[in-house]
Design a protein around this ligand. Structure first.
Ligand SMILES: [Zn+2]
Ligand SMILES: [Zn+2]
Length: 316
């Protein structure tokens, strides 16, 4: 590789930090090799390293509380909106409501709604087969948990997999410039911490401390907790249904991820708004989505039909 082509590759990687569809067509990259793209993954690496700043900025109850609140709210946003709405269309809402769900989902810093939904739909189509890019059975635990996200082949959005979502220009825009949301969050956290430092100095917080806890640590814990569904949920727990993959049900992961841990149930019947198939299976996302439906914000919640629970039982 010449110096000129190397420079243009690096510059293109940097451009894609801001504009995810810059450069080559998605289809060209998607069929490329599964190799780590260092330049493109640099912000992700920086996010991990930035947590070390806690050594210098310290902690306060205010900053830790904001971090925890943002973890809890955003866990619901990723499971309820990116997963159960955009990936599976398990309920309906208005077009404005849909954009609001997309914006809230984008605060989780797991790329745009089209990218997330497309990859997830492909996972369901090819679960634990060779071309399931985050199968721990096929590619190992570490790759399924974090490696696949850093791969050049997995950066583009496969619009052909999400034609029902791709027809909305506002979702396209958010998918292309998803970086704007975390940049706005960092600014908001910095402002909040600075404002609290001036007006409530007794809280012992500051702008940098609030960015470190409210954005960096909270986002990173959220990221790794939700990624357990790609990695651990195909390794840890029990199987109720013969789904043809290695998906499993885990009470522990269901608690951590607001109900997503009932992953074998979900692979058995992905279109339902519930991942719990019985009342004792804790599914916080379901309860919160039901609350939104009682408020009239979402509707047509797709239930789990009774007959589904009697099919393909492993113990039968
Ligand atoms: Zn799965
Ligand atoms: Zn799913």
């Amino acid at each position: 590789m010449t110096l000129k082509s190397l420079t243009s590759q690096v510059l293109l990687g940097v451009r894609r930090w801001i504009d995810s569809s810059a450069g080559a067509e998605a289809a060209e990259l998607f069929h490329g090799p599964q190799r780590i793209d260092l330049v493109r993954s640099l912000p992700f690496l920086v996010l991990h390293l930035s947590c070390l700043a806690v050594i210098w900025v310290g902690w306060s109850w205010a900053a830790v509380s904001v971090a925890l609140a943002l973890y809890l709210i955003r866990m619901f946003c990723i499971t309820g909106f990116y997963h159960r709405y955009f990936s599976h269309r398990s309920f309906r809402t208005s077009r404005i409501g849909q954009f609001a769900l997309a914006l809230l989902g984008a605060t989780c810093v797991q790329r745009g709604p089209l990218w997330w939904a497309a990859h997830h739909r492909l996972h369901h189509q090819r679960s634990d087969e060779e071309d399931d890019v985050h199968s721990p059975v096929q590619h190992g635990f570490l790759w399924s948990h974090i490696g696949w996200i850093t791969s050049k082949a997995n950066f583009p959005t496969r619009l052909d997999v999400v034609p029902d979502l791709a027809r909305y220009p506002e979702l396209h825009f958010l998918d292309r410039f998803d970086t704007l949301i975390p940049v706005g969050m960092i600014a908001a956290m910095g402002f909040l911490g600075g404002w609290l430092r001036v007006h409530f100095p007794g809280l012992g917080t500051s702008g940098p401390q609030m960015i470190c806890w409210g954005f960096c640590i909270s986002t990173l814990v959220l990221f790794h907790a939700s990624c357990t569904i790609n990695s651990l949920s195909h390794k840890m727990g029990k199987r109720r249904y013969a789904t043809g993959d290695e998906s499993r049900n885990s009470f522990l992961l269901a608690l951590l991820t607001f109900g997503e841990g009932w992953h074998n149930n979900h692979h058995h019947y992905p279109g339902a708004v519930a991942q719990a198939h019985y009342w004792w299976e804790v599914d916080l996302t379901l309860y919160l989505l039901k609350t939104l439906s009682w408020m009239g914000l979402i509707w047509d919640l797709h239930p789990v039909p009774k007959r589904v629970r009697a099919h393909q039982l492993l113990s039968a």
